[in-house]
Design a protein around this ligand. Structure first.
Ligand code: HEC
Length: 178
């Protein structure tokens, strides 16, 4: 109890330190996306990204098989709704939204895939925040091209459409250190 009280004190007095400490271990076992040619602009959420959530396998299997409210009737798995048939849209649910499960993480931090829980969970066996997605390699999992596309979209600023994207600068090194 004494230790817990001390940690709570540190948390309330030093805003920057203790909350960072809540981050679990750094991601590991990450898939390298270095072999996929980067796409530097023009990745639209509606045209290129949401289809990964609904049908990444090409056979109708997607993240939204689990991450859905089933038309507003259930809580989405992991408290994250990635089903475009639901409201609000997956875009609104992701951009700069904090995870209720993993304190200190936002799902998508525009321009920063390396800080975005969505990318970490798709790219790494040990994301440092729960399991790799799709869970248990559901429907065969993602291709490296799909993972790289998510990275490039976030690095572009996670635009909803082509007009609000910004180009990644030339110094941005893509992917996690392996
Ligand atoms: C078979 C069911 C299933 C599928 C398919 C699935 N997930 Fe999940 N997802 C879960 C469960 C269960 C959790 C909560 C446990 C965890 O975080 O590991 C979760 C959690 C998450 C979280 C963290 C949620 C939070 O509130 O912090 C993200 C992000 C996520 N999933 C993304 C995805 C993406 C992207 C896909 C598709 C590529 C996907 N998931 C496919 C079951 C699934």
């Amino acid at each position: 109890m004494k230790t817990a009280a001390t940690i709570a004190l540190v948390c309330t007095t030093a805003l920057s330190c203790a909350c960072g400490a809540l981050h679990a271990a750094a991601p590991s076992g990450c898939t390298s996306i270095q072999g996929v040619a980067p796409i530097f602009g023009g990745i639209q959420f509606g045209a290129a990204i949401v289809g990964i959530f609904t049908n990444y396998s090409g056979n109708g299997d997607g993240c939204a098989d689990c991450h859905t409210t089933n038309g507003g009737t259930t809580a989405p798995t992991g408290d994250l709704d990635l089903d475009p048939a639901d409201s609000p849209s997956p875009y609104r649910n992701l951009i700069n939204v904090q995870s209720p499960w993993y304190p200190g993480y936002a799902y998508v931090v525009p321009n920063h895939p390396e800080q975005s829980l969505l990318f970490m969970k798709m790219d790494c066996d040990n994301p440092g925040a729960g399991a790799r997605m799709p869970l248990d390699n559901y429907a065969g999992g993602l291709t490296v091209q799909q993972i790289a596309l998510i990275y490039d979209w976030i690095a572009e600023g996670a635009p909803a459409g082509t007009t609000d994207g910004v180009f990644r600068n030339g110094f941005d090194i893509r992917g996690f250190a392996q």
